[in-house]
Design a protein around this ligand. Structure first.
Ligand code: FES
Ligand SMILES: [Fe+2]
Length: 335
């Protein structure tokens, strides 16, 4: 175990524990094999004959062939393109074609826990190899249950590859509403209406404008923004008001300094909607993210930060909460 000073642990160049998005369900075809490169490693993803998606470390334990390049699915195993060894969903070797009576029982491939929810594919990462401690949220039931009777369009997707940023910078947005005026052109300063956290989640709801009273979510009925952060890197946002928009913003580390971002947007179907109105609302929903990215990709993680009094409570609590996702035994990775 490497022990590190607590100050170092706050620096966001570590790979946090949690669920991370590695694609959308349709990226992984039936009985297909795909390479992934996330969280400091190479993985192979494959769907078995029942449609279940599996993710294993990519390098065959025989002679290190990459299973994701030329590998294929047979008998619910991924077969190495190099010498045909079969690896099952538990990461075990089940068949060696030229030694069929004696598979190798000693060598195993690391298995990455996978979940698929609402067409989003998540992979669990924990540097200490612990099993998942929570489940990825469902944005409809966990973030916007009040919109349950409403109808939504199919999800729209946008992906940004290889950005020089860390998920902590992105997830901190949940505790940094002041940036909306400067980065997104909001007219009013925000007011916190709700704040809570538990082991896996940090939640904030904000309203814009003077009619809202601090921490009184029933004090007005204007537009609100709710953000549920699940681990460091999954940000579920509900924009509620005259229409409802739900956005999952996922930031998945490729390595300690680079991340891919996935944006999934669900727009409410409004009465009388036409394709033009729909595309205008979609543009509004997705047009703001590049403004944030321009900040994040050049930002330094200021630790400790200098906070104005009104920012202190939420951002301070967020930083303390986020710290718990960086296991103490993790090795430091220099940027
Ligand atoms: S390297 Fe995979 S079977 Fe030989
Ligand atoms: Fe933002």
């Amino acid at each position: 175990m490497t022990s590190v000073p607590s100050r170092e642990r706050l620096r966001p160049h570590w790979l946090p524990t949690g669920w991370f998005q590695v694609g959308w369900s349709s990226d992984f075809p039936a009985q297909g094999v795909r390479p992934l490169r996330y969280l400091g490693g190479d993985q192979v993803a494959y769907r078995d004959s029942s449609g279940t998606l599996h993710v294993l470390d990519a390098y065959c334990r025989h002679l290190g062939g990459n299973l994701a390049y030329g590998g294929y699915v047979e008998n619910d195993c991924v077969v190495c393109p190099f010498h045909g060894w079969h690896w099952n969903a538990e990461g075990r070797n089940t068949h060696i074609p030229y030694q069929p009576d004696r598979p190798n029982r000693a060598r195993t491939l690391k298995v990455w826990p996978v979940r698929e929810e609402l067409g989003v594919v998540y992979m669990w990462h924990d540097v200490e190899g612990r099993e998942p401690a929570w489940e990825p949220p469902n944005i409809f039931t966990d973030v916007a249950p009040h919109t349950a009777p409403l109808e939504y369009y199919d999800a729209e997707r946008v992906k940004f590859d290889g950005l020089t940023l860390h998920p902590q910078l992105v997830s901190e947005n949940a505790a940094d509403p002041m940036h909306f005026r400067f980065v997104h052109g909001a007219r009013d300063f925000p007011v916190y209406l709700r704040l809570w956290q538990d082991d896996a989640h940090y939640f904030s709801q904000i309203g814009f404008g003077r009619k809202w009273r601090e921490m009184e979510p029933d004090s007005h009925d204007g537009d609100t923004l709710s953000i549920l952060v699940a681990g460091v890197g999954l940000d579920y946002t509900a924009l509620s008001g005259s229409s409802n928009t739900l956005i999952l913003l996922s930031t998945t580390p490729v390595d300690a300094g680079t991340s891919d971002m996935f944006q999934t947007v669900w727009l409410e179907k409004l009465p009388g909607d036409n394709p033009e109105m729909h595309s205008t609302r979609l543009d509004q929903a997705i047009s703001q993210l590049p403004n944030d990215i321009a900040i994040w990709t050049h930002q330094r993680f200021e630790d400790p930060p200098a906070l104005a009094t009104v920012e202190g409570r939420a951002l301070g609590e967020f930083r303390r909460w986020a710290r718990t996702f960086y296991p103490e035994s993790a090795d430091a990775v220099s940027l």
